[in-house]
Design a protein around this ligand. Sequence first.
Ligand code: TYD
Ligand code: MG
Length: 458
Amino acid sequence: MAKIKTSFACQSCGSVYPKWQGKCNACGEWNTIVEELIEKEDKQTIDWRDKDKQSNAKPKKLKDIEVGETYRIDSGDSELNRVLGGGITPGSIVLMGGEPGIGKSTLLLQVAIQLKNWKVLYISGEESEKQIQQRALRVGNKNEECYILTETATHKIFHYIKELKPDIVIVDSIQTVHSRSIEATPGSVSQIRECTGEFQRFAKETNTPVFLVGHITKDGQIAGPKILEHIVDTVLQFEGDRNHVYRILRTIKNRFGSTAELGLYEMQGHGLRIVDNPSEILITQKDENLGGVAIAATMEGMRPMLIEVQALVSTAFYGTPQRSATGFDTRRLNMLLAVLEKRVGLNIGTKDVFLNIAGGLRVEDPAIDLAIVASLMSSYNDNAIDMKYAFAGEVGLSGEVRAVNRVEQRIQEAEKLGFEKIFVSKYNFGKGKSSPKNLKIQLVLVSKVYELMKLLSL
Ligand code: TYD
Ligand code: MG
């Protein structure tokens, strides 16, 4: 009789315990610990390695290691290249996370199709060949060398990989594949960890890039183990509001580039379209000035982006006033409201406040604060702000407008888009830093929120 070994793993963070308990000590979640079958005694290992490619690593002096030519594979998608730090790195393992239905499969299938002259193997454990073909026809099939495999057992997958020798492997998704060296069910922590480990060894030893799709739980974690993030080289997150068409591809971790990069897409009837000029779509084109609307000159990653902020401040009729924000942290909104109450003297505590960032995007850049307070003051006073004005500044607790990074880039972008004035912090151009000359846009320096209200005559 084969001896069965089990362990108790937290499905949220991946910590392993010798026996069951109600609460995970590591992540503090309740009821997430599940017994998993780890291995049978007659463990079968997978040998997908080619003998000649087997690594025989020995300790070497750092200075003796040859870098060789560090080349990148052009994925044919400028946004994906950008977030990966300039293209796909050979031998890298990339995890793409995102909520169901956000467009992960579409994006990776599009990449597989666009990669002309590269042999791509797209492994799907979620959809049938027909479904994939339908989608491929929808987004426009171009790559002759794109192979589809609907298989979930890793030993079979590696068998085909050995036969086909693809240049790039895409696994959709890591939660559906399973390894026979472990008995746990697909999608469980130990299976995900084992399968990722197998793909990682394959990627490193054959220098083949591997993309893994990972589902995300409600609270935004890549389902199952956080541990995955340590195994892989790059973690990308595909996010956006499913009811909106815009999607952001963010880098959470990247061993080959900056994590400040980000890609923007628009979901259309025939796949994802790259958005080259984000500012134009994030601002509603209209002629009249509207109350409660202000334009923020933000930076998303390394990219300047002008985004419309809309606020509605109205009298609360029922008990506690409501505070609700879409695309912005509600706690930060509460802080800005407190600043307006205390430092500017607005009687905002008894009002309902709603805030909306256009395009369904989530903005984390603190420089959006100034546009938010401007839109709040505008809605509170029922007085519109000129749509040719842009704002960039962080607001502090004492109502001061603080300096923001890359202010020149924000000013340039606003100028390029034909804005007439941009309000920025006075402290951006303090000692030794003179403000840029020869600007078509008028630079307005503010140091306090109160001053801003006066300048805007709200
Ligand atoms: P999908 O790639 O299946 O999402 P994921 O793999 O992240 O679960 O994307 C699914 C959504 O995208 C689906 O609701 C339909 C929509 N979609 C389009 O709007 N246009 C298209 O061309 C395609 C292929 C999908
Ligand atoms: Mg999918």
